[in-house]
Design a binder for this molecule. Structure first.
Ligand code: BES
Ligand code: MN
Ligand code: MN
Length: 465
């Protein structure tokens, strides 16, 4: 497979141009004004899978956005790899913070990406990473080196909770049957420190609404005499953490898995510089749950964060008003064993209970999902580790991530197979933020590493090493 390097060198300009075309379409799943763009992206994915050598590709309609399914089955007796990715992206706002328009991709050099990076919404999450798989397939089919069967399942609702995909997976277990699921939708430590994600956090996302008086009031005439929904909401939110930054919801930690001292010591060995971390974010101190390191706080510990808060007057100048209502969106990141529906209920009853007299509190659950951990002794993990070692010249470090891909635990439940998270993004790639980008090095390294995974996995699987 040495010729993969030659193949990439020969075709890399085209690989980049094709990705740029994909990034130009604003497939924002959260905003219905962009529904046509989301749908046309699914069509482009279909065409790209056909061109890359799938024998059969279909656009599967769902109650929401379509799922693109493609396959190349060369021999039913050989193992099957199922690739998952998502073609939808997060809304790009606030637009004024982008140095270049989010859907006009450009290549620029950065400190972490001296070989250049493509700047666009979705560059890393997940169009760039999913397209590595399409190009890896192109290489394997066009050079007659595909060692096993492959199926692709690319959805358009990941950023809004994967509701249609859950429905689709439950309905098509046989069609989706596989030996391993392969996803590139996570990150690695650094370009010279490869790592493989072995855990994802679960998620419970809720919206809260506090209603006080039946209309907005003059803050002089009524101020001090009625509950101000914004004051009340912020006080209630503040009470959700204690002085040690533990979450105060009763029962919240009941199922949290406590890692052994040995496991924590092993985690602490992963290369990490607190100084660089702070510098990258322009902060003078980190902040979080007492008794845990930064890496622990953002991977093995659950969290509760306000993602948005609004109410009252936020326009120019000053308006003296007590708003009738206040709102917030809150996410809780969960760790394995915590059940997202149970946590949602615990939150709801606690939040309703702590509401003072004089306001009405409403909690509306949005979406959620379970966390995931994958063992490092499975064939899939070992095949991936070998592939990274081949292309990076170093053993990858297993690392739990703080992010969530809720559908992964459903895959395990419904399809009974393990997921391998071969992510090639960096934390500094600014996913979900302005100026999201994906390194050209990372993009091409992904394309180089994926075919090696197929080879190692097939070999190991056939001999059950
Ligand atoms: N690709 C991310 C998740 C991710 C990124 C995991 C980096 C690990 C490392 C995914 O697209 C995402 O953003 N997931 C959402 C959850 C979803 C239900 C909206 C998240 O983590 O906020
Ligand atoms: Mn993603
Ligand atoms: Mn995302």
């Amino acid at each position: 497979m040495n010729d993969i390097k030659i193949y990439i060198e020969k075709h890399k300009d085209r690989f980049i141009e094709e990705l740029i075309e994909l990034l130009k379409i604003p497939s924002i799943s959260a905003d219905s004004a962009f529904s046509e763009a989301v749908i046309s992206t699914s069509k482009l994915i279909k065409i790209s899978l056909e061109k890359a050598g799938c024998d059969y590709v279909e656009i599967c309609e769902t109650p929401g956005y379509p799922i693109v399914y493609g396959e190349k089955v060369i021999d039913p007796n050989l193992p099957t790899v199922l690739v998952y990715g998502h073609y939808d992206v997060q809304p790009p706002d606030p637009l004024e913070l982008w140095d270049s328009p989010p859907f006009e991709p450009i290549i620029k050099n950065t400190k972490t990406h001296p070989e250049g990076a493509i700047f666009a919404r979705g560059a890393c999450d997940d169009k760039g990473q999913l397209y590595m798989h399409v190009k890896a397939l192109e290489y394997m089919t066009s050079t007659n080196q595909l060692p096993c069967n492959v199926k692709f399942m690319i959805e358009g609702e990941e950023e809004v909770g994967s509701e249609s995909l859950a429905w689709f997976v439950k309905k098509h277990q046989e069609k989706l049957a596989n030996d391993v699921i392969l996803i590139s939708d996570t990150g690695m430590i650094a370009n010279d420190i490869p790592s493989i994600t072995t855990g994802l956090r679960g998620l419970s996302y809720v919206e809260v609404e506090v209603t006080g008086p039946n209309r907005d009031l003059h803050s002089g005439l009524y101020g001090g005499a009625v509950a101000n929904p914004i004051n009340v909401l912020t006080k209630m939110i503040a009470s959700l953490h204690d002085e040690n930054n533990h979450i105060t919801i009763p029962g919240f930690y009941d199922r949290v898995e406590n890692l052994s001292t040995a496991e924590r010591a092993e985690m602490a060995e992963a290369p990490f510089s607190l100084e660089d971390y702070k510098k990258a974010l322009d902060i003078d101190a980190v902040y979080g749950e007492k008794g845990y390191t930064t890496n622990e706080r953002n991977s093995i510990r659950p969290t509760l964060d306000v993602n948005g808060i609004w109410g009252g007057y936020t326009g120019e100048g000053a308006k003296t008003v007590i708003a009738s209502q206040a709102f917030a969106k809150i996410s809780m990141r969960l760790v394995p064993n915590q059940d997202w529906e149970e946590i949602t209920n615990l939150f709801k009853s606690h939040f309703e209970k702590i509401a003072p007299k004089g306001v009405i509190v409403k909690v509306t659950p949005h979406h959620g999902g379970q966390g995931y951990v994958t063992p490092i002794d499975s064939i899939g993990y070992r095949a991936a580790a070998k592939a990274y070692e081949d292309t990076f010249g170093k053993k990858p470090i297993p690392q739990r991530s703080g992010g969530s891909i809720p559908i992964v635990s459903l895959f395990e439940k419904e399809l009974k197979s393990k997921t391998i998270l071969m992510g090639f993004g960096l934390d500094s790639d600014a996913i979900h933020s302005p100026n999201e980008h994906f390194g050209i090095f990372n993009y091409l390294k992904g394309i180089e590493t994926i075919p090696l995974f197929y080879n190692h996995f097939t070999q190991m699987k056939l001999t059950e090493l």
